[in-house]
Design a protein around this ligand. Structure first.
Ligand code: ZN
Length: 175
């Protein structure tokens, strides 16, 4: 689904070209996309399209299956992955320079599906090796909010239950 940010009622589901290789060497089939309050804000007129475009593909909470990956990528075709939402600002600020764009000091970061970059609400999307999670072990009922997806992308290789033990399925909800 895509919208024209700032124009209420502009949301449509339409065929779009496959994502360009410039978005990353790893091609992913989108399986699930969460909808949260941020998406509702985008649908209400917030958000920012990619440079030079008027339409933004929404979706920042994702689950996908790798279709293509170069030999040196940390994932293989068939792996289940989550895309990281935020990209560092171009300056970069000290936080972004240290790989901690969640603490960006100047607000010039971009975010997939929210600000300046197409999101994961597409049948296919591309990412680079540093902007996706390690392979997940299952696709059984996974609901991921953006802070948690960011944490997953950086810290765990398997879904973890509420008690902290590894599990083959999980259900994560926002507080
Ligand atoms: Zn920054």
């Amino acid at each position: 689904m895509s919208v024209i940010p700032g124009r209420r009622g502009s949301e449509i589901i339409a065929d779009l070209p496959d994502p360009p290789l410039s978005e990353g060497p790893i091609l992913v089939e989108g399986l699930l996309a969460g909808i949260c309050g941020t998406d509702l804000e985008v649908l209400s007129g917030h958000g920012q399209p990619p440079a030079g475009r008027d339409r933004l593909v929404i979706g920042h909470e994702s689950l996908g299956r790798v279709l293509q990956a170069p030999p040196d990528a940390p994932v293989r075709p068939g792996d289940l992955v989550v895309g990281v939402v935020r990209r560092p600002d171009p300056v970069p600020c000290p936080a972004c320079a240290a790989g901690r764009s969640d603490f960006c000091a100047n607000g010039r970061y971009t975010e997939r599906g929210i600000s300046g970059l197409d999101g994961y609400g597409a049948t296919r999307w591309r990412v680079g090796p540093a902007t996706l999670s390690p392979p997940l072990s299952t696709r059984e009922t996974v609901a991921i909010d953006s802070p948690v997806s960011a944490a997953i992308a950086r810290t765990v290789t398997r879904p973890v239950s509420e008690t902290g033990s590894e599990t083959d399925s999980c259900f994560i909800v926002s507080p």
